[in-house]
Design a protein around this ligand. Structure first.
Ligand SMILES: Cc1cc2nc3c(=O)[nH]c(=O)nc-3n(C[C@H](O)[C@H](O)[C@H](O)COP(=O)(O)OP(=O)(O)OC[C@H]3O[C@@H](n4cnc5c(N)ncnc54)[C@H](O)[C@@H]3O)c2cc1C
Length: 448
């Protein structure tokens, strides 16, 4: 009997560990693994910032190199193409006579438009689409309500989910995969008359946006080197939880600003799926069994529930998440005012605490959660600038950019999101509370 031919489209699930979708594909047939550098991710945002700035481009390249190596060690080859997924994938399916295309579902509005278009383009092609969930910690099918009924207050969501939604156990990485052969000397696809369209978009590391020569200079003041890839993500998990034994103190340290271990720093790996939230959950449970169960161990799961909450909120609200009045549909007075925005983004506001945080972001692609809350509130509520300029700037710069977490948190801190209290941060007081001795500000060159 002919084996099912499967195209596995890697998206933000750039790992082999805890990949139930991949596991399912492996059990069903032979595989062609593909990643697409999507044109829309490398264009500009509506305010003109590069969609994927240098810090995240570097992380992505390292993540893809790592995934390529892992697949090679199992005898496979990752095809990396550049273009529009909804156009390239049907072409590939035709060329490789694919029966089923496997891919994770995304929650972002644009990504969902791509999914719809792909479904349309594959109609009547003979290829079936198999979508699966892998980004959230809790499977949407295990929620106690339909996503359209997601509570608008986090606490209500958390309480219901904690009572009624189990986290599925992670699956181990595959040991064997059967591949769809790609002819030799095709690295990665041979150009023939038939596949010119594809072959001219084939990625070569050296001549693309992911060229190492374009990497930003690394800043020794960064909290962590954040090397991309599944191996580095799992290494960070071991280091933070087990070797450093940091989890027992997480609740006390998580609002810190300096150093690798005040918080987990899992976010860059979580964002592009080189680390699985279910794997983290399982490790926290193992740590609780072997070492200690306390408020801190609970709190890391609590934060991962925030992450899930924003995922499901993006799913529920769709394009509304990106409107100036946010999910609340509020009428707002903030404007796209470039003068204060430029000062904010260039770390020249004159407020040392804000400027230190923005310097950290610009130099490294990372900023603490405490810093992010302050700079977001400052831009939208003190400077009166449209919060979406800030969200887009973060989108460009952040190593851990995640559409749901970024836009959801920005809206939250700009009084148009899920926060029922409409909080505004008193930045001076925050700096006094969290950087009383000015160590953080001095670290980034502000104050003596
Ligand atoms: C304006 C603003 C923008 C943000 N943009 C992003 C983003 O694009 N991507 C992103 O992953 N996080 C974002 N966050 C959330 C949070 O700041 C980061 O997840 C966190 O700082 C990452 O560091 P960590 O992994 O050490 O976090 P830890 O404190 O160790 O938390 C563990 C994990 O829990 C999740 N988490 C923690 N806090 C939040 C939160 N408030 N919302 C959602 N998930 C959370 C993250 O996955 C994080 O890795 C944003 C927050 C704000 C205020």
């Amino acid at each position: 009997m002919k084996k099912e031919r499967i195209l596995y489209w890697f998206r933000r699930d750039l790992r082999l560990d805890d990949q139930p979708g991949l596991q399912h594909a492996i059990e069903r047939g032979t595989l062609l693994p593909v990643y697409i550098l999507e044109d829309r991710d490398f264009g500009t945002t509506s305010y003109g910032f590069p969609k994927t700035g240098g810090h995240r481009a570097r992380l992505l390249r390292e993540s893809l190199e790592d995934l390529s190596d892992s697949l090679s060690s199992l005898g496979g080859e990752l095809l990396i193409l550049k273009g529009e997924a909804e156009v390239l994938l049907p072409e590939l399916c035709r060329q490789f006579d694919i029966d089923t295309l496997f891919a994770m579902r995304e929650v972002g509005w644009d990504e969902r438009q791509t999914q719809h278009q792909l479904e349309t383009n594959l109609k009547e092609s003979g290829t079936t689409l198999f979508w699966f969930w892998t980004h959230p910690m809790i499977h949407p099918k295990d929620l106690p309500f339909d996503v359209r009924e997601l509570p608008d207050v986090f606490t209500q969501f958390r309480k219901e989910v904690e009572k009624r939604s189990p986290v599925r156990p992670p699956v181990s990485k595959p040991e064997q995969i059967e591949w769809i052969p790609i002819e030799q000397n095709t690295s990665p696809i041979q150009a023939t008359d038939r596949d010119q369209v594809i072959s001219h978009r084939v990625l070569k590391w050296g001549d693309t946006l992911l060229n190492p020569a374009l990497d930003p200079v690394s800043d020794p003041r960064a909290v962590h080197p954040f090397h991309g890839g599944e191996k580095a993500g799992l290494q960070r998990l071991r280091e933070y939880i087990w070797e450093g034994d940091n989890l027992r103190r997480y609740k006390e340290t998580r609002n810190g600003l300096l150093g690798a271990d005040y918080s987990s720093k899992f976010s860059p790996w979580l964002a592009n799926g080189t680390l699985s939230a279910r794997r983290i959950y399982a490790e926290v449970k193992r740590y609780e069994e072997k070492r200690i169960t306390n408020e801190s161990t609970y709190w890391l799961i609590f934060e991962l529930l925030w992450r899930d909450y924003f995922q499901f909120s993006a799913l529920k609200y769709g394009a509304r998440l990106f409107s100036s009045g946010g999910i609340q549909g509020k009428s707002v007075t903030q404007k796209a005012d470039w003068e204060p925005f430029d000062k904010w983004s260039k770390a020249q506001t004159g407020d040392d605490f804000i400027d230190a945080n923005m310097t950290e972001l610009n130099q490294t692609g990372f900023m603490s959660n405490r810093g992010r809350q302050n700079v977001a509130s400052f831009l939208s509520q003190d400077l009166g600038v449209d919060w979406r300029m800030g969200a887009e700037y973060f989108e460009s710069l952040l190593l851990d950019y995640d559409v749901a977490s970024n836009w959801g948190n920005w809206a939250y801190n700009s009084t148009v999101g899920h926060d029922p209290r409409n909080r505004k941060f008193d930045v001076e007081r925050q700096a006094w509370m969290y950087d009383r001795n000015h160590r953080y500000r001095k670290h980034w060159g502000f104050g003596s």
